[in-house]
Structures are given as C-alpha cells and as structure tokens.
Design a binder for this molecule. Structure first.
Ligand SMILES: [Zn+2]
Length: 271
C-alpha cells in the first residue's frame, strides 16, 4: 500500500509536469473505484489550469480554477506522467491530458483508490475534515500527543496510527519510531510522559523524512516508469527483524500482533 512518503514522492515527481498547465481532456475508462469517480470531473476540469499539487495525509490535491481533484491511491494505485498517445495498459482507469501533451495517468489494479472533484475547500471535505495534523508540520509535537492521549488506555502504537491523532504513521513507521524513542508498543497511551512523547514526535518526523528522502532517490523518474508500491527500502532497526539482535545490543527483537498488525520491538530497551 502506498504510504505517506510514497505519496509525497509522487506529488513531488508529478507537480513540475502539471503546474501551470491547462487540462485538455479527462478520460474516465473505469469510474468504479472505491467510490465512483466524481461524475462532474470530466465535464468541469477540461479548460481549467492546474495551479499546483499539494498533499493532505495520503490524498493528493490538484488545485484547478474552480475546484480540486482529490486523489487517493488506495491499495495499489499508481500515478504516472506519460506522453500523450501512450498506449493504454490494463488497469489504466483515468487520464488527465494536459495542453503540454503530457498525460497524468491513474492505474489501479485493485480499484481501492478514489478520485473526487471538490468545489468546497478541501479541508471541509468529509474525508479530510477530521484528520489530525501532518507529522512533518510544526503543529505535530510531543505536547500535542500528550494532550490527545489523556484518558486513552489504548496501546500507544495503535494511538499513533490513528489518523485523528496524526496522519501518515503506517505500521513500519510506528514500529521504527517507537523503537527509536524507547517506548514499548503496548504501553497505554495515557501513561507515556510528555518528555517521552517529545522524543516520539521527533522520531516519527525523522523516520518519515528519511523515507521521503530515500523515495526521492529510488522513484525519481515518474515519466513512463512503473513504480513499485510498498514501503521504500529503508534500513530498519526493528521492523521485520524478529529474532535478530537489537541495534542497541540489548537482546532479540520480538514480534507480536498488536491491533491486528505485526509489531516488532525490543522488550529490553522499549518500556
Ligand atoms: Zn533494544
């Protein structure tokens, strides 16, 4: 599944090709995604200029004259920029053809993605309205985590993966950040001190920023290239390392299922 760093890398790769370009046509070959592709999109978008591409959580937002295209990659979605006239492949469901003869092409084998045409401000859109802060923004701090954790007994790992608390902390990033901060993933959220939440917020920022940097180098060419979906190849301290020595040298990494997700941690240095 594309995670926040991949979506951000996609955004950065695509934006230079679309910013300032007028839309020539929109072709919807398959409207049945997780939700139907917004019916007005193909009628409203042609003739409008795309001013830029931003991201909120894992949604890409293409800002046009009278609204936004709001796109989520779902489980298997991929967005590429290809020359106009490039033959259509299986699962190429939507094309946004631009005046510069490039096409933004959406491919999604499993069709769990979504494409909405928003005329309201994106932050008012129902799927975006209740999201927590962006992890790499100044709004996301240890103090914010401590405040949100009040009276919450749920495992801290599930807590930081809740998109109402903070967006974009996928399973690998949660495991890695908790290891870096020395916090046991099962610890009740309300019992983590402010000082440790400050360390955790910094660790989340660090692991995500590192993944975006790695993504920028591994997926730098968005033109006509099939990008793999999934987590970028990060060097990991805990995730997927069951039975190997903790990098701090304390003992073996353990795997347990927490909140239905495989969780890797060091029972010695994470408390
Ligand atoms: Zn350890």
């Amino acid at each position: 599944m594309p995670e926040l760093p991949e979506v951000e890398t996609t955004r950065a790769g695509i934006e230079p090709h679309v910013a300032g370009q007028a839309v020539r046509t929109v072709i919807v070959r398959q409207p049945q995604l997780r939700w139907p592709v917004s019916e007005p999109l193909a009628r409203e978008l042609p003739g409008q200029v795309i001013h830029g591409v931003t991201r909120r959580a894992k949604y890409l937002l293409f800002e046009a004259d009278t609204g936004h295209v709001c796109l989520h990659l779902g489980m298997s979605g991929r967005l590429r920029v290809v020359p106009a006239g490039t033959p259509v492949a299986a699962h190429d469901h939507v094309d946004i053809e631009l005046a510069n003869d490039w096409v933004v092409r959406y491919n999604d084998a499993r069709r769990f993605g979504s494409i909405f045409w928003l005329t309201e401000p994106p932050e008012h859109f129902s799927l975006l309205a209740r999201l927590g802060p962006e992890p790499l923004s100044a709004d996301f701090t240890g103090a914010w985590l401590k405040q949100q954790a009040a009276r919450r007994r749920m495992a801290v790992k599930a807590f930081i993966m809740d998109s109402a608390v903070v967006v974009g902390v996928g399973n690998i990033y949660a495991c890695e950040a908790l290891h870096a901060a020395g916090i046991h993933p099962r610890r009740p959220a309300q019992s983590v001190s402010l000082a440790r939440y400050k360390r955790l917020a910094e660790a989340i920022k660090t692991v995500l920023a590192r993944a975006i940097t790695v993504g920028g180098t591994t997926l730098r060419d968005y033109i006509g290239v099939d990008g793999d979906t999934g987590y970028f190849q990060l060097s990991l301290a805990a995730y997927g390392r069951e039975g190997t020595l903790c990098p701090r040298g304390c003992g073996a990494i353990r795997r347990e299922v927490i909140g239905q997700r495989s969780t890797f941690f060091c029972p010695t240095c994470q408390r």
